[in-house]
Every structure is written in C-alpha cells, then in structure tokens.
Design a protein around this ligand. Structure first.
Ligand code: HPA
Ligand code: ZN
Length: 325
C-alpha cells in the first residue's frame, strides 16, 4: 500500500513552523497551567474554527494560539510533542522555524523561547535519533527595525541557530523590505531562506533570490507564472519546500488535483514535501505525502524521489546526506 511505502521512506522536514504544530489538546493543557483563557470550550470547538479562506485568516488564529506559550517548559513541551509525532513517521532530520517576534512582542524573553525549543531538539537527537537545525524566522508584517532587533537578540545563541527565514503576511510585504537585514544575517554566517510565491507573485521569488540571496524558497508555487524564473530555479536546483495540505487549507489551490507539484517535478525543479503548520492544516509529513500522491497519482518512484530531494535540499553535511541518497 502507498501508505506503508510512504511510512517506510526516510524523510527530512524542512518547512515546519513549530508554533504551527501546537495541537489543541496541548493548548488547553498549557492554557490551564498558565492561567490564560482561550476563547474555546473544547478541542472540537477549536478544530471547528480552523477554516480559512486565505493566509491572513490562518495567521490571526495561529498568533492567537501562540499567546498561550509563556514559559520555557511550554516551548519545550511543544517541540517535544512535535518530535515524538514525527519520529513515528520515519522523519530522520528536521529543520524547523520558530517565530521569536510572536513571543518577544508579548514580553516573553527570547531566552525562554529558544532554550525550550533547543533542549527538546537535543533530546530528540539523543533519544529519537532525529538530527536537527533551527531557523529563526522574521515576521514580514513587522518592520525592518524589529527584524534587526531580533537579529541582535539572537546573537547570544548564534551557535544554536543555523539560518534565518521570512514568514507571515506575504502580500504587501515583499522580500525587498528585508534586504538589509538579510545582508547582515549573511555576514554573520546564517543560511538564508524565505517564504515567497505562496500568495505573492513570482516577482517576490526573484527578489528572494536576487536581493535576499536565499538558498531555498519556502512554497514558491507561483514560480510557474514565469518561464524565465522556472528555468533559473531548475538550473540552480534551488529547492522549493512545498506544503500540499497548507496550500489546500489556505486556498492557494482549490483542489489538490490542481496542485502544481507534478508540474514542478516535470520541469526539473527540486521540489520537496513538508507540513508547514500540521496542527492547523490536518496532517503531518506522511499525510502530506499521501494526500498529494492520491490527488496527482504519484508513483512510488516519484515519492522516493521527493523523499530523497528532502535530504538533498537539507543542510546536513554531505557525508550524512549520502546515507539517504
Ligand atoms: N506562510 C506564511 N507565514 C506562515 C506560514 C505560512 O504558510 N505558516 C506560519 N507562518
Ligand atoms: Zn510556512
């Protein structure tokens, strides 16, 4: 069965917002111990509220959920729950985003956020055998100044952070807004990635490449609007971290049968499959592989290629990558 085949593939998760793995059950538990009220009475009520017409409608609920996270242990429990889940799906390596400004803007110290996440990742490596990288993502609806401030706050933890990214409300917040911050992050040796071409136009993907100098594009679906861009992405074997269930739930595609993944693969692009915000979009890694495999009639060879691509696109050293290629 396709499901068993997907389960059997070793996979790398490269596009996952840790705040987006916050399951309602854990949200209630943490809200209770922190004495924070949430506007829902039950897990069912929470899940019923997860209906989105676009990215912004999702982000409003995603940031509201994150308000419950206050103590180091909250970030630790969140991350540990995610790792335990994906260990059962044969995920061997994770490169996960966290959004520090979502928390520091509410007065939660950067130190608590990153220490909780990092300690869980270390435990995941030693107990579950999941290697990891951590990516600090700037919120693009906030100012350049706020991103610079966040970069400074991160410096005491420089060794814990492999890269910086760019997420949140895409339309109206082009990559160019963060050109100087990314140049500074580059100088400090961070690897660079950015969400581009999820809701935004192909132009934003050009900007992410040329102005931000990213080494991966998160989403990038809209590249198909621009043939020169597709040629460039294929020539450079620039990874596109594709998130099928996210695209469906945020109405980036109407139906998974129209999902551009197969087209991207046929054009020689380095596409990979990930879960983005699995607690909100209804599935972790294997569910994303299975949904898109069913909708697009992907073969076992296609799926094996996608899983290999996830290691090719990862920041594992070549010696470790080769185990999976
Ligand atoms: N896009 C932009 N910002 C985000 C996303 C996304 O899919 N998930 C969490 N923050
Ligand atoms: Zn994302």
């Amino acid at each position: 069965m396709l499901k068993d085949f997907i389960q059997s593939l070793p996979k790398a998760e490269l596009h996952l917002h840790i705040e987006g793995s916050f399951e309602p059950e854990l949200m209630f538990e943490i809200a209770k111990r922190n004495n924070v009220s949430i506007p829902f009475n039950s897990v069912e009520e929470v899940k019923a509220a997860y209906k989105f017409n676009n990215l912004q409608e999702f982000l409003d609920i995603y940031y509201a959920g994150a308000n419950v996270l206050i103590e180091e242990k909250d970030f630790y429990d969140l991350t540990w729950a995610y790792l335990a889940k994906v260990a059962s799906e044969n995920v061997k390596h994770v490169e996960i985003f966290f959004d520090p400004q979502t928390h520091t803007d509410r007065g939660v110290p950067f130190k608590k956020v990153i220490t909780g996440i990092y300690k869980a990742l270390e435990r995941g490596e030693s107990e579950l055998g999941i290697s990891f990288k951590l990516i600090m993502s700037f919120l693009r609806h906030l100012s350049e100044e706020s991103a610079f401030k966040t970069l400074e706050e991160a410096m005491p933890y420089r060794d814990w952070i492999s890269g910086v990214g760019l997420d949140s409300s895409e339309l109206g917040n082009p990559p160019s807004k963060f050109e100087r911050v990314f140049a500074e992050a580059n100088k400090r040796g961070f690897k660079l990635v950015a969400h581009a071409g999820e809701e935004g136009p192909a132009d934003y993907i050009w900007e992410a490449l040329d102005l931000l100098k990213v080494v991966r594009i998160d989403h990038g679906n809209r590249c198909l609007d621009d043939t020169d861009l597709v040629t460039r992405l294929a020539n450079e074997q620039m990874p596109l971290t594709i998130c099928p269930l996210s695209n469906l739930e945020l109405k980036v595609v109407k139906d998974l049968k129209n999902h551009p993944l197969k087209k991207l693969m046929n054009k020689g692009l380095l596409a990979t499959i990930h879960s983005d915000d699995p607690a909100y979009f209804g599935g972790y890694m294997n569910a994303n592989y299975l949904a898109v495999a069913d909708a697009l009639n992907l073969s076992e060879a296609d799926l094996a290629q996608l899983a290999k691509n996830s290691f090719t696109a990862s920041w594992l050293p070549d010696t470790e990558k080769h185990r999976y290629l």
